[in-house]
Design a protein around this ligand. Structure first.
Ligand SMILES: Cc1cc2nc3c(=O)[nH]c(=O)nc-3n(C[C@H](O)[C@H](O)[C@H](O)COP(=O)(O)OP(=O)(O)OC[C@H]3O[C@@H](n4cnc5c(N)ncnc54)[C@H](O)[C@@H]3O)c2cc1C
Length: 568
């Protein structure tokens, strides 16, 4: 694979559409489900066009807790098959994207050793509602079952139990109400947004002519579709026999666009707070605590989670049904609920509403159902095939988790292959993702890769190590943009350089400062997306428009993109 074959280059893509507007598949939506489906179908030799109306991974796929999880919680509802599949998918993902994941201990503090055993059993059998954590021994037994269900391709450590004394020692300031805690392991995803982009790049690199456009809209028209590119202003006609509807919480709206009335998805909004709370962050260390939020109403019990990012914590998440996903916004009531929940866990923690430094908000596309129990609603996915009004086939994706993106994509691809009468020729489940390809598994190997990068591109050791840690085996492609002192100028401390911003614009279709701060880097999640940093990113994007030829050392081709700028 050459570096150019994987480049997401709007100008080249538009020229390719012009030259050949006929695609096998049109995919609507560039979240993780659309991105993974693009990769899965491109691997079958099908030429696909993905159209995302905003930035890639700017919907639910950029608002998650950022945990690849096997679905420990689904044991509560007795969904054993779903747990086994989710855990297997998690394991596949960790193996495929080692540059994006690290083991995460998930700790479940309990107020009793044995309490709640009966209710937990009833819930697993579907005979009781409400969600709370049972006693530590019940949870420990559940963790043992969970570890057994997730043994296929297991790469994470096994779970265990902490006593009250260990809890107090490990998490200073934790409420003494907790008598013990079971724990299990999941995988923390460094940048789920970057994973989606890497999936798209892998699809483009298949060499079958697949294309993805962000900031573009699709409209059915007589004999095909019109794609309006919001960046260049171009409007191009395309055609495809099959449309995959991966529009997340907007699946039913997009189905309607294609003349099909459906009720496949319930939008359930969720908010996380980024909260400056240095003492809580220090107490949590590298672990995630999963705990009861508000148990005043047993039917509305929800579980919350918190983990540290630097001196801040990510605290979430709420579950609010929404009628119009695009109109959904975080509310003050959610702030209050989450802060009160954390106060139950760390009663003397030094934090308050004034310490909220950011919010992540997104709408989960849950499979539609008529029950009111959102927490207990299955997180499984479903793929629906309908005949659109113009005789084309429409395949809609409902539900699922970020973690199960490959299973979702495989099911959608099977439906598309059947519709086209084509045979499956490959599976992507075990394929490395993006910079996970040939990524060294051990610290010594990563150090060698960093030393090599430093020598080849003349960058200092600390920068080389950060590039390897962030971009994995794709670090060389990024380092090629770090030519000259100006390109190495740091933005937001040492978090990102001007050269990397140029890389995002030229090779990953970043168009605005928000694209860079939220979806190409961890600036936002690390609380480093200050006005000053955003202005510096804007300047780097603007300079690139004026002098595109200075961007990259390896190519004389001008990677000019007609970038637009928007305030975050
Ligand atoms: C608060 C919260 C926490 C979560 N935590 C986790 C977690 O820790 N682990 C986990 O595995 N899962 C988690 N999830 C679930 C996970 O985020 C979602 O299941 C997953 O991201 C859904 O992906 P998607 O691609 O289907 O939808 P989205 O990411 O929403 O993508 C749909 C895309 O379609 C685009 N679109 C819509 N209409 C159109 C149109 N007309 N034309 C073009 N494009 C269109 C949208 O702009 C959007 O980008 C969480 C979700 C939330 C909200």
């Amino acid at each position: 694979m050459t570096s150019d074959s994987a480049r997401l280059d709007r100008r080249r893509f538009l020229a390719e559409i012009d030259a050949d507007p006929d695609f096998d598949i049109l995919i609507v939506g560039g979240g993780v489900a659309g991105a993974a489906t693009l990769r899965e179908l491109s691997a079958q030799g099908l030429r696909c066009l993905l159209v995302e109306r905003a930035d890639f991974a700017s919907g639910a796929s950029g608002a998650l807790t950022r945990v690849a999880q096997g679905g420990f919680r689904y044991l509560e509802t007795g969904e054993i098959r779903l747990v086994r599949r989710s855990a297997t998918e998690r394991n596949l993902f960790v193996a495929a994207a080692p540059h994006q994941t690290r083991p995460l201990r998930v700790v479940l503090p309990s107020e009793t050793w044995l309490g709640g055993a009966a209710i937990a059993l009833l819930r697993a059998l579907g005979l009781a509602a409400g969600h709370s954590l049972p006693g530590a021994l019940v949870l420990r037994a559940a963790v043992a079952l969970y570890d057994a269900l997730g043994r296929s391709g297991r790469v994470l450590p096994l779970g265990g139990l902490f006593t009250r004394a260990e809890l107090g020692r490990r998490y200073p300031g934790i409420s003494p109400r907790f008598r013990a805690a079971a724990y299990e392991y999941e995988a923390l995803i460094a940048s789920p947004e970057r994973v989606a982009i890497e999936l798209i790049e892998d699809a483009v690199a298949e060499g079958v002519g697949s294309i993805a456009l962000n900031y573009a809209e699709i409209r059915p028209t007589a004999g095909g579709f019109v794609v309006s590119d919001g960046v260049s202003g171009a409007a191009v006609r395309v055609d495809a026999g099959v449309v995959v509807n991966a529009a997340g919480a907007n699946v039913d709206r997009v189905a309607k666009l294609f003349g099909v009335e459906t009720r496949l998805v319930d939008g359930v909004a969720g908010t996380h707070l980024l909260l400056r709370a240095p003492d809580v962050a220090a107490a949590l260390g590298d672990d995630l605590l999963f705990f009861e939020g508000d148990n005043s109403d047993p039917r509305q019990r929800r579980l919350c989670c918190v983990y540290a990012i630097g001196a801040a914590v990510l605290l979430g998440a709420t579950e609010i049904p929404v009628a119009v996903p695009d109109a959904s916004r975080p509310t003050a009531a959610e702030d209050a609920y989450l802060l009160a929940a954390l106060r139950r866990l760390f009663p003397a923690g030094a934090f308050g509403a004034e310490d909220i430094v950011g919010r992540l908000h997104g709408v989960r596309p849950l499979v539609a159902a008529d029950d009111g129990d959102l927490t207990g609603r299955s997180r499984d996915h479903a793929v629906h095939v309908h005949a659109a009004t113009d005789g084309r086939m429409l395949i809609s994706i409902a539900g699922g988790k970020w973690t199960t993106f490959h299973a979702i994509a495989a099911d959608a691809a099977d439906a598309a292959l059947t519709a086209l009468g084509r045979a499956r020729r490959a599976s992507t489940g075990r394929r490395p993702i993006g910079g996970g390809r040939d990524f060294p598994r051990d610290a010594a190997g990563r150090q060698r890769a960093a030393d090599d990068l430093a020598r080849r591109f003349g960058v200092d050791d600390a920068l080389a190590e950060r590039l390897i840690a962030t971009y994995g085996s794709r670090a060389g492609r990024v380092a090629a943009y770090l030519v000259g002192p100006e390109a190495r100028t740091s933005i937001a401390g040492d978090a990102v350089t001007v050269g990397e911003v140029r890389f995002f614009a030229c090779e990953e279709m970043a168009t605005t400062a928000a694209d860079v701060a939220q979806r190409r880097t961890r600036l936002f999640i690390e609380g480093a997306a200050t006005r000053e940093a955003l202005d510096a990113i804007d300047r780097a994007l603007a300079e690139l428009r004026r002098a595109p030829q200075t961007a990259r050392s390896e190519s004389a081709e001008a990677p000019l993109e007609d970038v637009e700028h928007a305030a975050v």
